[in-house]
Ligand binder design. Structure first.
Ligand code: SF4
Ligand code: SF4
Length: 240
C-alpha cells in the first residue's frame, strides 16, 4: 500500500503484537505519482511515533522509514539488512529497555487508546511538508509530547445539563456513552478514546459535555438517579 496509508495505529499495533522493530518503505520524497504526496504524511507519522516511543521508554531506533524507488532493489536489500541487524543488536522489545512485560503492554495500550486524540491535537503538524532533513528532529519536541500525553483531556457529561437527546451516544465511535431515552448520559472513562466527538456534537443549547484537562473526572451519577423527569410530567406527577 501507499506509505501515506500508514497510521499511528499500525505502528503501535505492531509493537503491541510483539514486533521488535517496524520498518516503513516509501517512494522517494517529491516523486509521488499523486498530488497527495502521502510519503510526507508517513514521514510525519514516523517522527511523531518516535517521540511517543521515547516518552514511554522505548528506543525510537526500533522504528525507521526510508524512501526509495521500485528500481532500488539493491538499496532496499541493504537498508533492510542494516535495519534487521540493528534490531537484533537492540534485542527484544521492552527487555532491552528494562520495561517489564505488563508495564509495556499497558503503556502501548494507553498510547493506542489515545491515538484519535493525538491525531486531532497534532493534525496541523502531521500535515507538514518538511523539505530539509535537518528539520526532522524539530517537528515534534520531547517536551510537547510529554505535555500532550500527560495532559490528555477527558470528557464528562454534566448530569444537570444533559437532556438525553442521545446525539452523543449515537456519534461516539467506540460506544463509550451509556444512555437511552430520558436517561442522563454517562461516559465510560475506560472505554473513551478522547476523540472529542461528544463535545462537538452536544447541542450548544444544552452544552452538557465538558472538556477537562488537569483535573479529575467526577464520578458517574448512580444508575438509579439517571432518569430525567421532564417539567410538564413533573407538574402532573406533583398534582397527582
Ligand atoms: S470523547 Fe466522547 S465521543 Fe469520543 S470516545 Fe470519548 S465518549 Fe466517545
Ligand atoms: S448530546 Fe448532550 S444533551 Fe444530548 S445526550 Fe449527549 S450529553 Fe446529553
Amino acid at each position: 500500500m501507499c506509505s501515506g496509508r500508514v497510521d499511528l495505529e499500525f505502528i503501535f499495533r505492531a509493537f503491541a503484537n510483539g514486533m521488535d522493530g517496524v520498518f516503513i518503505g516509501g517512494c522517494r520524497l517529491n516523486e509521488c505519482n499523486y498530488i497527495t504526496q502521502g510519503n510526507y504524511d508517513a514521514l510525519n507519522i514516523v517522527l511523531l511515533s518516535r517521540k511517543i516511543m521515547a516518552h514511554i521508554g522505548l528506543n525510537p531506533e526500533r522504528l525507521d522509514i526510508q524512501f526509495m524507488s521500485s528500481g532500488d532493489g539493491i538499496i532496499f536489500t541493504e537498508v533492510v539488512d542494516d535495519f534487521s541487524k540493528k534490531i537484533r543488536e537492540l534485542g527484544p522489545l521492552g527487555k532491552a529497555e528494562e520495561i517489564d512485560e505488563d508495564q509495556l503492554e499497558s503503556k502501548l495500550a494507553e498510547v493506542r487508546r489515545l491515538i484519535p486524540y493525538i491525531k486531532i491535537e497534532k493534525r496541523k503538524k502531521l500535515a507538514s511538508r518538511l523539505k530539509d532533513e535537518k528539520e526532522y528532529d524539530g517537528l515534534f519536541s520531547a517536551e510537547e509530547i510529554d505535555e500532550l500525553l500527560s495532559e490528555a483531556a477527558s470528557y464528562y457529561i454534566d448530569p444537570a445539563k444533559c437532556q438525553a437527546c442521545m446525539i452523543c451516544a449515537k456519534r461516539c465511535p467506540v460506544e463509550a456513552i451509556a444512555g437511552g431515552k430520558n436517561l442522563i448520559h454517562v461516559i465510560d472513562q475506560d472505554a473513551c478514546i478522547k476523540c472529542g466527538t461528544c463535545f462537538e456534537v452536544c447541542p450548544p443549547r444544552f452544552g452538557a459535555v465538558a472538556r477537562l484537562s488537569g483535573e479529575p473526572v467526577p464520578p458517574p451519577i448512580p444508575e438509579k438517579e439517571r432518569k430525567i423527569i421532564r417539567k410538564s410530567k413533573k407538574a402532573v406527577a406533583d398534582k397527582g
